[in-house]
Design a protein around this ligand. Sequence first.
Ligand code: MF3
Ligand code: CO
Ligand code: CO
Length: 257
Amino acid sequence: MIILKSERDMDAMRPACAIAGSVLSEVAAFIQPGVTTRQVDEFAASRIKHHDAKSAFLGYRKYPCHICISVNDQVVHGLAGPRQLNFGDIVSLDVGVSYNGFIGDTARTVAVGGCGILAQKLMDITEKSLYEGIAQAVPGKRVVDVSRAIQTFVEANGFSIVREFVGHGVGRTMHEEPQIPNFVDGKSSPTLRPGMTIAIEPMVNAGRPSVKILNDGWTVVTQDGSLSAHFEHTVLVTEGDPEILTCLERMPSKLKA
Ligand code: MF3
Ligand code: CO
Ligand code: CO
């Protein structure tokens, strides 16, 4: 069942998503060579708390960290630990917060100091593919139109789409129906309607699409060791243009700083 949000729900969900976007920007600015992923997670925890929000990840299926931090060939769900970030690494940061009874979910990949040209292109194409997908999130189109736009753009640029993990509806819980694949899977696909809130989140590999899970039970890595990037926004389908809820710019001034 797909839960359509009422105007009241939307007004509660907007600040939750704005906080997620804001925390993600703050954490991205904290990234520099020499910091450990544990320090990044602790910083994220402090910023989430500052906004009177809660991590939507900590404790979710026993997930042990406040945010997901995935370095280089790590695709998603990377765990914080003693690893130091090095100049030239790329790090995917995924922030989910709960506030007002709703979840905001957003991710981006950033370079640590700087990075090589392949890594930069991978991040650019993945981010652009997210916006290609978001542009399709209008009433009357179907989820598969979002999926196809992302897949077409990514593959035309020589990269590959991870199949095992997909976007999702989001609201009072983090993962609601429908699933939002980043590729055309041939299954029946729901029509998009105003009031749907969806997390669109392409995970893109520089090499082959296949992934595996490390022995920690969480960290997803590319099977071939190639780099991976991840961008995500929580988006509201409206009568008109899609409303990107997890933009930093949406932060209501009373919640700022
Ligand atoms: N935020 C992820 C997503 O975008 C889910 C993280 S699950 C966790 O759907 F357990 F790792 F927190
Ligand atoms: Co996420
Ligand atoms: Co998500």
